[in-house]
Design a protein around this ligand. Structure first.
Ligand SMILES: Nc1ncnc2c1ncn2[C@@H]1O[C@H](COP(=O)(O)OP(=O)(O)OP(=O)(O)O)[C@@H](O)[C@H]1O
Length: 473
C-alpha cells in the first residue's frame, strides 16, 4: 500500500510551492516564509513531464471557480532543484493516476461538423483535442461527411488498433457507431469496444446521463471521462421492425416525444431548448395517438421502482454511480429471447396487451432524454430492463404542464396521469396511418416495433461519478 500524499518541493516564479498528490488529486500549495501552507488549488493530473533544465510540467484539468466547477486545461510549470527526486515523484504519481487504466489511450475519433448548431468541429479543435494531447493520448480523426458514415466506419474498423471510439456529436452518431459494431460478423467481440461521448449535438443524452445535469454539456469534463474513465457495461436494446433488426441505446419513442424529436427540424437554431419548447406546444394541443401496447412487466409500482432501482431524486446524481464490476459480462446475450415483432406473443412470457390512445409511449435505457429532461429517472445502466413511460390520452392541459415541469427533475413519474414501468420487452403497434417513431433520434418507419434489453452489451467510458462527486463537495 502506498502512503499518501506524495510531496515534492518546487519553485514557481519566486514562490516556494509544495505539490502533494493525495491519491486522487494534486493539491498545489504555497509555502509561506514561516513554513505554513496555503492551498492554492486542487487539480486533476493528466500528465507530468520533465522538460529542459529541471522544469517539471504538470498538465492538469482544474475546476473553474463557480457553482458548476467545470474543468479547464492548464499547464503548470515548476522548477525543481533535485531532478532525480522529481523523476521519482513523477513516476510515483503517474502510476497512481493511471493505476487501473491505460495511460496514453489511442482513440478513433469521429466529429460530426454539422452536429447540433454546427459547433462540434470548433469544440474538438479548441477544447477536446488539446486535452487529449496534453494527456499523451493519440487518435485517428475523421470528420463525418454524410449520414451513415459513422456506421460504415464502425463496421469496417480494425478494432484491435483502438482503446475506444469517441464521438464529438449528438446521440445520432453514437447510434450509428453502435449499430455498425453490432452489424459486424464479429459483433460478439466488437460490441466490447468502448464508446466515449463528447457532447457536440443538440441531443446529448449519453453525456448528460454519465455526467449529470450540471456537467453533461461540458466538453472538458466529458474528455476527462474518456481519458481516465473505465469501461462500464451498459444495456443495449434490440429493436425488431418489419424484417429489420437494429439497436437503440437511448430511447424508442412514439407520439409526443417522437414528434418533438423528429418534427422540430425547423427549430434547430434553438439548440437543445427546441425539445422543451416543442413539448410544451404539443402538450397544449393534447393530441393523442391510437396504438396497441404489449409489454412484459417486471415492476409497475412506482414506489417499489423508487426503492428497489437506481432512482435518482437529485439531478446532480449521475447515472454511473455504481461499480463496473457488478456484472458478469462473460456471456452477453445477442439473440432476442422474446421473438421478434412478427412472432406471436408467447403467453408464458407474461405479456400484457392494452389497446388505447396515448399522448406518448417511450421505452428508454438512459435517464436523460436531453438537457433539462430527466425522463426516466429510475433507469439503470445494466439492470437488463427497459423503462417504459406512458402518458395516456386525456391528461388535460394543466396536468400536462405539471408533467412537463416534472420532467426537469424526474418527479413526473409520480403524477397520477403517468405510468412508469420496468419491463423486459414491449411491442407497440400504431393504429393510425402516419406519425413519427424515433429510435435514438433517428427516423424509422411508422410500423409496429418490438424492443428488448440485452444486459451489458455495450461498454461506455465513464468516470464512475468520481468527478461529479468531488465537484459537488
Ligand atoms: N457530414 C454530415 N452530413 C450530414 N449528416 C451527417 C453528417 N455527419 C453526420 N451526419 C448525421 O447527422 C445525424 C445527427 O448527428 P448528431 O449525432 O451529431 O446529432 P445532432 O446534430 O444533435 O442531431 P439531432 O439533434 O438531430 O439528434 C446523424 O444521424 C448522422 O448520420
Amino acid at each position: 500500500m502506498a502512503s499518501f500524499p506524495f510531496i515534492l518541493q518546487a519553485h514557481q516564479g519566486n514562490h516556494q510551492v509544495e505539490l502533494a498528490y493525495n491519491g486522487q488529486q494534486l493539491e498545489f500549495d504555497g509555502v509561506d516564509v514561516d513554513g505554513s501552507r496555503r492551498l492554492i488549488k486542487t487539480v486533476e493530473i493528466l500528465n507530468i513531464t520533465i522538460e529542459h533544465e529541471n522544469s517539471l510540467v504538470v498538465a492538469v484539468a482544474s475546476a473553474k471557480n463557480g457553482p458548476k466547477k467545470e474543468f479547464v486545461l492548464e499547464r503548470l510549470v515548476f522548477q525543481v532543484r533535485d531532478k532525480a527526486n522529481a523523476a521519482q515523484w513523477q513516476s510515483n504519481v503517474l502510476s497512481h493516476v493511471y493505476k487501473d487504466i491505460k495511460r496514453g489511450r489511442h482513440f478513433k475519433v469521429l466529429v460530426n461538423p454539422f452536429g447540433g448548431q454546427g459547433h462540434a468541429k470548433r469544440m474538438w479543435e479548441t477544447i477536446a483535442e488539446p486535452v487529449f494531447k496534453a494527456a499523451g493520448c493519440t487518435y485517428d480523426l475523421t470528420y463525418t461527411t454524410h449520414r451513415y458514415h459513422a456506421k460504415e466506419i464502425a463496421r469496417d474498423l480494425n478494432i484491435r488498433l483502438y482503446d475506444a471510439v469517441v464521438s464529438v456529436s449528438g446521440d445520432g452518431v453514437l447510434h450509428e457507431v453502435i449499430n455498425g459494431l453490432m452489424e459486424r460478423p464479429d459483433a460478439i467481440i466488437a460490441h466490447k469496444l468502448p464508446v466515449g461521448a463528447i457532447p457536440g449535438g443538440s441531443g446529448n443524452a449519453l453525456s448528460y446521463s454519465l455526467l449529470g445535469e450540471d456537467h453533461g454539456g461540458h466538453v472538458t469534463n466529458a474528455v476527462l471521462g474518456i481519458i481516465k474513465g473505465r469501461a462500464m457495461p451498459v444495456d443495449l436494446c434490440s429493436v425488431t421492425q418489419g424484417q429489420d433488426r437494429y439497436f437503440s441505446f437511448v430511447l424508442q419513442s412514439f407520439g409526443l416525444v417522437a414528434d418533438v424529436d423528429l418534427g422540430t427540424e425547423d427549430m434547430r437554431w434553438m439548440g437543445e431548448a427546441r425539445f422543451t419548447v416543442a413539448a410544451i406546444g404539443k402538450l397544449m394541443s393534447q393530441q393523442s395517438y391510437p396504438c396497441e401496447l404489449s409489454y412484459i412487466p417486471v415492476e409497475t409500482n412506482v414506489d417499489k421502482i423508487r426503492s428497489e432501482y437506481n432512482y435518482r431524486r437529485q439531478q446532480s446524481v449521475v447515472w454511473a454511480d455504481q461499480t463496473h464490476d457488478e456484472l458478469d459480462q462473460s456471456h452477453p446475450t445477442i439473440v432476442d429471447r422474446f421473438g421478434g415483432v412478427n412472432a406471436p406473443l408467447n403467453k408464458s412470457d407474461g405479456w400484457i396487451t392494452e389497446s388505447d390512445e396515448v399522448i406518448t409511449a417511450v421505452g428508454a435505457k438512459l435517464p436523460w432524454a436531453s438537457k433539462g429532461m430527466l425522463l426516466n429517472p429510475a433507469s439503470s445502466p445494466n439492470d437488463g430492463l427497459v423503462d417504459l413511460l406512458v402518458f395516456p390520452k386525456g391528461t388535460g392541459r394543466i396536468n400536462g404542464m405539471q408533467i412537463m415541469m416534472g420532467t426537469e427533475t424526474g418527479e413526473h413519474i409520480y403524477h397520477n396521469k403517468v405510468r412508469y414501468m420496468k419491463v423486459k420487452a414491449f411491442r407497440l403497434t400504431p393504429k393510425n396511418t402516419s406519425g413519427y417513431i424515433s429510435m435514438d433520434g433517428e427516423h424509422t418507419p411508422y410500423t409496429p416495433y418490438q424492443v428488448e434489453a440485452h444486459r451489458g452489451l455495450i461498454s461506455v467510458l465513464s468516470i464512475e461519478g468520481r468527478y461529479a462527486r468531488s465537484m459537488r463537495e
